[in-house]
Design a binder for this molecule. Structure first.
Ligand SMILES: *[C@@H]1O[C@H](CO)[C@@H](O)[C@H](O)[C@H]1NC(C)=O
Ligand SMILES: *[C@@H]1O[C@H](CO)[C@@H](O)[C@H](O)[C@H]1NC(C)=O
Ligand SMILES: *[C@@H]1O[C@H](CO)[C@@H](O)[C@H](O)[C@H]1NC(C)=O
Length: 194
């Protein structure tokens, strides 16, 4: 087959793919973020961060309800904070780290232990206990602990962009979890009778 007819065949194949009526067609799924993700992320502090983070999880395209999205968001939060905990712990253990910075890093490592624990508690409260109020409280605490790590370094005069970035990840994930658990809580609470 010469190049031209090969080319024509390819174009025809692509056109056939696009007019395919099948609802399971890949293009329909890979399109824009699904409506639920858009709705939720529209209520967070950073829409782009939220959509990009949730879409990085393969299960998001098939997540049908708020509980499923919340589970995904908290799993991402736990994985992200666990990796940051390891990163800061490595810096603490490194021989290249200046001694004056160690107490701050030590504080951050222990704060990140708490961050991971808070996200894990929140996940259990959503999936097992259906206690959305307590999970809402726990995800908020995770954001506070990231702030405390930032403060610990700042008050000793240290600026560490790699840690600041990770603290901002925690704060953004905390905000997403806060919005989601708040929505779950509202949906589970009957409106006040008038
Ligand atoms: C929002 O999130 C995006 C993607 O992570 C980031 O590039 C941007 O700087 C964030 N905006 C603000 C105001 O934090
Ligand atoms: C943490 O989350 C941010 C924002 O979604 C992402 O850019 C980064 O790659 C994540 N890191 C890990 C280790 O998951
Ligand atoms: C750090 O220093 C200690 C003591 O000098 C040494 O035993 C250790 O191998 C060093 N570690 C690294 C990663 O260089």
């Amino acid at each position: 087959m010469d190049y031209a007819s090969h080319h024509v065949l390819m174009v025809v194949t692509i056109c056939l793919l696009f007019i395919s009526p099948s609802p399971t067609h890949a293009c329909a799924v890979a399109n824009a973020p699904i409506k639920l993700v858009k709705d939720v992320c529209g209520q967070t502090a950073n829409y782009t961060f939220c959509v990009e983070a949730l879409e990085s999880h393969p299960k998001t395209v098939s997540a049908l309800d708020l509980v499923a999205i919340t589970k995904i968001a908290l799993e991402l939060s736990i994985a992200n904070a666990t990796s940051s905990h390891a990163y800061i712990n490595d810096q603490l253990k490194s021989n290249d780290t200046e001694p004056a910075k160690r107490p701050c890093l030590k504080a951050c490592v222990s704060l990140y232990n708490a961050v991971v624990a808070s996200f894990k508690s929140a996940l259990l409260e959503v999936t097992e206990d259906k206690d959305y109020e307590t999970s809402n409280y726990d995800v908020a605490i995770a954001g506070d602990d990231a702030n405390n790590c930032e403060q610990s370094l700042a008050s000793a005069g240290f600026q560490d962009r790699s840690i600041t970035t990770r603290n901002n990840f925690v704060k953004s994930f905390s905000n997403i979890g806060y919005v989601l658990t708040n929505l779950l809580y509202s949906a589970s609470t009957p409106p006040p009778s008038s």
